[in-house]
Design a protein around this ligand. Structure first.
Ligand SMILES: Cc1cc2nc3c(=O)[nH]c(=O)nc-3n(C[C@H](O)[C@H](O)[C@H](O)COP(=O)(O)OP(=O)(O)OC[C@H]3O[C@@H](n4cnc5c(N)ncnc54)[C@H](O)[C@@H]3O)c2cc1C
Length: 369
């Protein structure tokens, strides 16, 4: 049986690794030219996804790269009022540690046999057991797994569903080597998550393993065309910072100082989601996992679900040797239920973040009663 996985993200790599642990080989086709081709972004909090790393035989290696103190949390209001501060004790269990996405991806990549990932292979189409890649080239498959993320092309083989705009646009910026360059701001942000919410906006700063503080500025209840009308001159980073500071007018100057201290790396992000509870009629030769199957609001579930999908699909294939149809049906039944529940929970959290009294509601969420 030839298993072709499209996409070397966390979900596709977890699938390949757990298959390998069970003596089943697969090929991963990735459109990026190499593992270093694209920055992998910031930190992920990994909780339910730890089971996948256990199935992958990599849990000790995961805890070695995870940051328990990354669970620290500070929640503030735009006028500077501190609503909540939670510092993680040194001996706290690693229930939701933060890990650098690039480190986690490297852990999975390094645990695969040489040559498993074929870099520079962008999936274009599949028909009758043959995959075709952009720029020419083809490969055979018995089972095709679309692990190709939010804008999956494999998805179209199973469903007409497409991601729709979430009503949130974000700009990602960051301060490199913050301890050296801005020790005062480093102390303010702390070791983990620093959240300021209000006025239909949020500023989420987070310390990364490499000493960079990444800052996500989100604009809620904004439409698909928001970037075209917001007057942010993305081709001029200094003017972009000035415009972002304008957009946060009235916020405590400590928060706008964070924006002023950022370097020139600016990433706009228009957020989309798939319909909650998306399913499709099972097919024995194609399935999906991760964001390709269930793109959710970015409130801390997506990477965990992608890792679990990969591991559980691998376990189903190992449990039904020679019967893909049974394996895929079993995998999809569990995956639809589990990720449907996660998507509903994520949508509730998103609704909270988009509400006018978001900071107070988030405080209640963390400190019920
Ligand atoms: C700002 C932000 C913060 C987040 N924070 C968290 C968090 O803290 N915790 C959490 O659980 N989740 C988080 N998420 C969600 C999480 O990042 C995703 O859910 C997760 O990465 C999905 O994994 P995946 O393997 O399905 O897809 P991806 O990680 O997107 O990987 C898809 C891979 O497919 C490749 N690909 C795409 N198209 C093709 C093609 N045509 N041919 C070949 N290869 C292709 C891509 O290059 C990529 O390598 C966050 C998301 C965002 C945007």
């Amino acid at each position: 049986m030839t298993i072709a996985i499209v996409g070397a993200g966390l979900g596709g790599l977890a699938l390949a690794r757990v298959l390998h642990v069970h003596g089943i080989e697969a090929v991963v086709y990735e459109r990026e030219a190499s593992r270093e081709a694209r920055g992998q972004g910031g930190m992920l909090d990994i909780h339910s996804g730890q089971r996948a790393l256990r199935e992958a035989g990599l849990i000790d290696e995961f805890f070695a790269i995870a940051r328990g103190e990354g669970q620290d949390m500070r929640l503030l209001e735009p006028d500077g009022t501190l609503l909540l501060q939670e510092d993680t004790p040194d001996d706290a269990p690693m229930l939701r540690p933060e890990v650098d996405r690039a480190d986690l991806r490297d852990l999975l990549l390094d645990a695969l046999p040489e040559g498993t990932v074929r870099w520079g292979h962008a999936y274009e189409s599949a028909e009758d057991g043959v995959l075709r890649f952009a720029g020419g080239g083809s490969a055979g498959y018995d089972l095709l797994v679309g692990a190709d993320g939010a804008n999956s092309r494999v998805r179209a083989l199973l469903t007409d569903a497409r991601p729709a705009h979430l009503g949130q646009n974000a700009v990602e910026i960051g301060i490199p080597d913050i301890d050296r360059t801005h020790p005062d701001l480093a102390a303010m942000v702390g070791r983990g998550n620093y959240w300021v919410l209000g006025d239909g906006k949020s500023l989420a700063a987070q310390r990364n393993g490499d000493g960079r503080v990444r800052i996500g500025l989100s604009f809620y209840n904004t439409g698909e065309d928001w970037f075209a009308t917001a007057g942010i001159p993305f081709d001029d980073p200094a003017a972009t910072r000035a415009r972002l500071i304008d957009l946060f007018a009235g916020w405590d100057t400590r928060f706008t100082a964070l924006i002023a201290a950022c370097d020139d790396l600016v990433q706009p992000r228009s957020l989309t989601t798939l319909p909650i509870g998306l399913t499709w009629p099972s097919r024995p030769d194609v399935t999906l996992l991760g964001d390709a199957a269930h793109l959710m609001p970015p409130v801390g579930e997506g990477a965990n679900m992608a890792l679990l999908d990969g591991a559980l699909l691998a376990l189903a294939l190992a449990a039904h040797p020679g019967d893909h149809a049974a394996a895929i049906e079993e995998y999809e039944r569990e995956m639809f239920e589990r990720t449907g529940a996660a998507a509903r929970m994520s949508a509730k959290m998103q609704e909270l973040l988009m509400s006018p009294d978001a900071s107070r509601r988030l405080l209640e969420f963390f400190q019920p009663g």
